[in-house]
Design a protein around this ligand. Structure first.
Ligand SMILES: Nc1ncnc2c1ncn2[C@@H]1O[C@H](COP(=O)(O)OP(=O)(O)O)[C@@H](O)[C@H]1O
Ligand SMILES: [Mg+2]
Length: 378
């Protein structure tokens, strides 16, 4: 039976087709980058699918820009290989690579009009003038600035300049769009607005895109997949919900979103906090390991004091609370936690239903599957 099944899927042609479909557009293998003695990228491995929107996310100095620049050939890697569209581009000069790039600083040519800025790359390709003019108009429409063609960059707002930089980057239909913190220099409202515009444009064009950001909200709201980096290594790659709900390390849990952390010891999937035994979602951690248990404020559920029935209940007292519009952020103290404060976000409905205020005693439920455990010093 087995032999027949295997024989059925074995033909080489089928295999080839499957291989092609599974081929990533960008493939990075064992990539290292050193600046003198300092190693900025350590053994980076990453595949990006065609048409995907990927964000490199991590704290300042973790290597995001360096990785983007090695992909562009602006900072050649010290070791390792990069394939784009099935071609080894590892040693291609930047001018021979197929990408458009936008930097944080708008980097437009100040002495050229918007039209000439966008046309710049097209002129270098030697296309006929009418074709270039038509393409520039099309790009101006695409980024929503058809009226601004004859202005100079200094006469545009930051958001408008970044739209022009975007138009310039996609003018020659690059295979890869690289964005290095394109929104960080803009004020909050423009930033949020442009997030949507860039995402929409990327979807419309279907261009494979990598955006560097240190802003988790930006990454969560824009990316198909997030690459979380720290100290030159990739900590985790996953969809925004994956990374948020199932962080692979305490660093990821801590960097993305907010999390309560309790240092304790794990036994048989349980931790002992004072006289309270909590079941955790931990799997595959050795008995007796020192762990940091992590739970997000929104995963903590309020119950009336002394309630029985639910598992994983912890008696607490509200020591402080802040109204944050759509929810209340409460600070909780528990004898079981030996002074470690707990932060929980409760809905307005829950606050009203349980008549919660500063000083109220209640029980909080820490659902086992949301109590994550990470081995300390691992
Ligand atoms: N040209 C360079 N020479 C020396 N060190 C550099 C150079 N470029 C970047 N670095 C260092 O590499 C690390 C990663 O930098 P970078 O990729 O710019 O970080 P990020 O973009 O994540 O903030 C930092 O410690 C930075 O100081
Ligand atoms: Mg950077």
């Amino acid at each position: 039976m087995n032999a027949i099944v295997q024989g059925g899927i074995a033909p080489a042609t089928d295999g080839d087709v499957i291989m092609d479909a599974a081929q990533p557009y960008l493939r990075i293998r064992n990539l290292w980058k050193a600046f003198g003695d300092f190693v900025a990228l350590k053994d980076i491995n990453l595949d990006v699918a065609s048409g995907e929107f990927v964000c490199f996310l991590g704290p300042s100095g973790c290597g995001k820009t360096t990785l983007l620049r090695t992909i562009a050939g602006l900072d050649p890697q010290s070791r390792g290989a990069i394939h784009q569209g099935g071609t080894d581009i590892s040693s291609l000069p930047t001018s021979k690579r197929d990408y458009g790039i936008v930097f944080q600083s708008y980097a437009l040519f100040p002495n050229l009009t918007v039209r000439r800025n966008i046309a710049f790359g097209l002129e270098n390709t030697g296309r006929p003038k009418p074709e270039i003019a038509a393409r520039v108009s099309e790009l101006l429409d695409l980024v929503g600035l058809p009226e601004q063609a004859e202005k100079y960059p200094a006469n545009l707002s930051g958001g408008q300049q970044q739209r022009i930089a975007l138009a310039r980057a996609i003018a020659i239909n690059p295979g890869l769009l690289l964005l290095d913190e394109p929104l960080s220099a803009l004020d909050a409202k423009v930033r949020v607005h442009l997030r949507h515009e860039i995402k929409e444009l990327q979807r419309k064009l279907g261009v494979t895109t990598i955006m560097v950001t240190h802003d988790q909200e930006e990454a969560l709201s824009m990316a198909d997949r997030i690459v979380v980096m720290n100290h030159g290594v990739i900590e985790q790659v996953g969809s925004p919900t994956d990374i948020y709900r199932h962080p692979a390390s305490l660093f990821v849990a801590d960097f993305i979103g907010e999390t309560n952390k309790i240092e304790t010891r794990l036994n048989d999937g349980h931790v002992q906090l004072g006289d309270v035994t909590l079941k955790t979602g931990a799997a595959g951690i050795r008995d007796g390991s020192d762990v940091t248990v992590a739970i997000r404020p929104e995963d903590i559920l309020p119950h009336p004091a002394g309630e029985a029935g639910a598992d994983n209940l912890l008696p607490v007292t509200i020591t402080d609370m802040e109204f944050l519009g759509s929810f209340w952020r409460t600070h909780l103290r528990s004898n079981a936690l030996a002074g470690v404060p707990l932060v929980a976000n409760f809905s307005m409905n829950a606050m009203r239903r349980l008549a919660l205020e500063t000083g109220t005693d209640l029980s909080v439920e820490l659902p086992a599957e949301r109590v994550l455990a990470f081995v300390r010093g691992a």
